[in-house]
Design a binder for this molecule. Structure first.
Ligand code: NAP
Length: 247
């Protein structure tokens, strides 16, 4: 009998926004989840336990999105464990920041951020693309940032990487539209997570019209909508989730 399981692969699903997206896609759509992460196995296992409690399967896939061979091996490991299952939703979420004014930015801080966000998007998406194209259904959702849409001082590396992913989102959306596969981006503003915990929160909250940071769950709700049948005709879009913090 053929395997009809539908899975979502979420990069950086051990913590923060990725974890919230994993739980919401499981809860709202009953999707089984490939939990990718870089190194925090304890957090990834905790996410997997929460997914199991929701009644879906979780497959831990530690790989560095920067490394195409590691990505291929991670996906192959999932395929071998779940032959015939399909990836219905891909969420490119893994990310880091290495903020500094460009005048002080080290070359490795530029390349690490470009590598993880932009090359990571390419490595993971291209590894899954043939299968998604063949099945003629699927959703690709890229977590970008307000920083990539408007630019933020101290984030030339991150703004460039996220702007690059926005451009790729729009191109790939056009390439896949005929097959009813959608490609969209979600652009959070300030969201409570490990990524933002060292920031001067009170100072930054004052800049947000809603006067607070968003929650990972508020981002996950939009990703879940984009993964739903209701969003079938939306593609190539960037949806902002930022409490009114526009440019
Ligand atoms: P986070 O809490 O710091 O979590 C980052 C996640 O990415 C972790 O699961 C981490 O895995 C994983 N990761 C990092 N480098 C990786 C790599 N090379 N390969 C595979 N996985 C990797 O961050 P977050 O705030 O949830 O951010 C998630 C996404 O939202 C990022 O793309 C970020 O740029 C974007 N975003 C965040 C905010 C915000 O305010 N928080 C705003 C706009 C956009 P480990 O646990 O193993 O380290």
């Amino acid at each position: 009998m053929s395997n009809t399981e539908k899975w979502a692969l979420i990069t950086g699903a051990s913590r923060g926004i990725g974890r919230a997206v994993a739980l919401e896609l499981a809860r709202a759509h009953g999707l089984h989840i490939v939990v990718n992460y870089a190194s925090n196995e304890a957090a990834a296992r905790a996410t997997a336990d929460e997914l199991a409690a929701l009644g879906v399967k979780a497959h831990l896939a530690p790989f560095d999105v920067r490394d195409p061979q590691a990505v291929a091996a991670g996906i192959e490991g999932w395929r071998a464990a779940h032959p015939g299952a399909r990836i219905e939703v891909l969420v490119n979420n893994a990310g880091v920041t290495r903020d500094n004014l460009m005048v002080f930015m080290k070359p490795e801080d530029w390349s690490t951020v470009i590598d993880i966000h932009l090359n990571g998007f390419f490595n993971v998406t291209s590894a899954l693309l043939q299968g998604i194209v063949r099945q003629r259904s699927g959703r690709i959702i890229n977590i970008v940032s307000l920083s990539g849409a408007k630019g933020v001082a101290g984030q030339a590396n991150y703004s460039a990487a996220k702007a690059g992913v926005i451009g790729a989102t729009r191109s790939l959306a056009q390439e896949l539209a005929k097959r009813s596969i959608t490609v969209n981006a979600v652009a959070p503003g300030f969201i409570e997570s490990d990524m933002t915990k060292e920031l001067p929160v009170d100072q930054l909250k004052a800049l947000v019209p809603m006067g607070r940071f968003g929650t990972p769950e508020e981002v996950a709700g939009v990703v879940s909508f984009l993964a739903s049948p209701a969003a079938a005709y939306i593609t190539g879009e960037v949806i902002h989730v930022n409490g009114g913090l526009h440019s």
